[in-house]
Design a protein around this ligand. Structure first.
Ligand code: AMP
Ligand code: ZN
Length: 495
């Protein structure tokens, strides 16, 4: 059973064969840190976190590089408009690096709340200016760039005569040209699809560096080419990002690497589909972005309540990363309930004592449970289908609950099957999916509740019913219910 990955380049699911056996190099385009990340951005980063975690689960040593774009991203993808950082810095009367610092820290905080693992390396564009200049020099030397007044452009037309420029999204030059505007008299570029590798800075531009072509700053596309080469080599395994990056940013990255090193940078190009709101892509420019913070606090006119970060993560996993996902209050509410149901079953499962049942008394059920569990790996190997794994988990929940409630005999399935079930639930829920208990909100609340239950028990033993009632009633008044379980134990839940 081998891992298959959908490759945007071939438009097919391909068997994953790493360049160096046992190792994976993965580059994912990171955020442009001139404002808060919205939930759409988070979807892409959660998807690649799952991919990273699953590759680790399979036993690979993974070098995961995700950059921080802290310079050079102009408002238009094809070098039109202002520099995003300079614009905000001027508006807010701050140093561009203050903007970068603020939003980089904010981004990392959100990633941590969503339980994304940090990447192995998180390089910044401003920290790699020298590498970007070197690459630009080499592209010029190889004849694929030209200089106009201190700005260096990539010559797309010349490149396309030798190899297809639109290879990643399977589009011809004519089709690509259709989406661009005619060049005007004041344009320096030769071709409409040409893009800047290095941009001459006006004296008032806030972020600029010396180069062989005068003071300037790098283009956005060269940044990822230079940093991926530095940390993963001229050819690495996986390159990822949101689908919106394929047609321009990643297409240009391929052209740059081919023009510079005569090789396409990555073997597998992976693209996540968009998070939408009422069917429209969530984006900063459309102003329909939900900020993670608004979700975690419930502070948004379209939200009925707050949702824990882990519920948001779970919501994202219920859809395959290549399908669109529509964001709504109802969908989040359903996810909150779903995660609670799943986590309760997982905790129940962890309490089962395995016994020593070698032969299941219900062989049919035993086979069914084995099949559902073994499919977890199968689904993930089929282009990381988290949605299908969760589907199987939900089929297993009633089985677990029925064993707990005594509706199914404890020897119905063998000890080996139960052990497998326990191990796979743990590996998937905690390690691969990175989920946690959401209803208890956090483990500390669980510890505090245990303490209160203990105090109440002691009070009852001493016949101090004033204290024991006070604990129960006051907890109930804030929506926490204490329940008597079999054997004198107490449990609790939140309304
Ligand atoms: P940016 O900060 O705009 O450079 O975007 C960071 C990442 O988020 C890129 O990989 C984008 O493709 C991705 N992204 C942007 N909008 C969405 C969306 N609505 N859904 C999923 N991913 C998105
Ligand atoms: Zn990039």
């Amino acid at each position: 059973m081998s891992l298959k990955i959908y490759n945007t380049l071939s438009r097919e699911k391909e068997e994953f064969k790493p360049i160096t056996p046992g190792h994976v190099g993965m580059y994912v385009c990171g955020p442009t840190v001139y404002s808060d990340v919205h939930l759409g951005n988070c979807r892409t980063f959660i998807s690649f976190d799952i991919i990273y975690r699953y590759l680790i689960y399979l036993g690979y040593k993974v070098r995961y590089v995700r950059n921080i774009t802290d310079a050079g991203h102009l408002e238009g993808d094809r070098d039109e408009g202002d520099d995003k950082f300079s614009k905000i810095a001027r508006l807010q009367q701050l140093e561009p690096m203050e903007i970068v610092q603020k939003y980089t820290l904010g981004f990392r905080h959100v990633m941590q709340l969503l339980n994304n693992l940090p990447p192995s390396i998180e390089p910044t564009a401003t920290g790699h200016i020298a590498e970007q200049i070197e690459m630009t020099k080499q592209i010029l030397k190889n004849g694929y760039g030209y200089e106009v007044n201190g700005t260096i452009y990539f010559d797309v037309e010349k490149y396309n005569k030798e190899q297809p420029y639109g290879i990643l999204t399977n589009r011809k030059m004519e089709d690509l040209l259709e989406g661009t505007r005619e060049l005007g008299g004041q344009d320096e570029k030769k071709g409409r699809l040409d893009f800047a590798l290095w941009i001459k800075a006006k004296p008032e531009h806030l972020m600029q560096w010396p180069s062989p072509w005068g003071m300037g700053f790098p283009g956005w596309h060269i940044e990822c080419s230079a940093m991926s080469e530095k940390y993963l080599g001229k050819k690495f395994d996986i390159h990822g990002g949101g689908m919106d990056l394929a047609a321009t940013h990643h297409t240009n990255e391929i052209a740059q690497s081919q023009a510079c090193y005569h090789t396409s940078p990555a073997n597998y190009w992976m693209h996540t589909n968009m998070l939408t709101v009422n069917g429209t892509r969530m984006s900063k420019s459309l102003g329909n972005g939900f900020l993670p913070e608004e979700l975690f606090t419930g502070n948004h006119p379209l939200l009925e309540k707050a949702y824990a970060p882990i519920v948001v993560r779970f919501f994202m996993l219920q859809t395959h990363y290549r399908s669109t996902l529509d964001f709504s209050n109802d969908a989040l509410q359903a996810s909150e309930k779903g995660l609670k149901r799943l986590w309760d079953a997982y905790e129940t499962l962890n309490k089962f004592s395995m016994g020593n049942v070698q032969l299941a008394s219900d062989p049919e059920l035993d086979v069914k449970v084995n099949k559902l569990v073994n499919e977890f790996d199968e689904f993930m190997n089929d282009d990381f289908n988290t949605a299908k794994v969760l589907g199987n988990m939900f089929e297993l929940v009633p089985v677990i609950n029925s064993i707990k409630d005594g509706l199914i005999k404890t020897d119905a399935v063998s000890s080996a099957t139960l052990t497998l079930l326990q191990a796979k639930f743990k590996a998937y829920l905690e390690d691969v999916f990175g989920l946690k208990n959401s209803s208890a909100n956090n483990e500390k609340l669980g510890d505090v509740m245990e303490l209160l239950i203990d105090i109440r028990k002691e009070a009852k033993t001493k016949k101090d019913f004033t204290t024991s009632d006070k604990i129960r009633n006051q907890l109930a008044s804030i929506g926490i219910n204490l329940k008597d379980e079999k054997g004198g134990e107490m449990s609790w839940d939140i309304d």
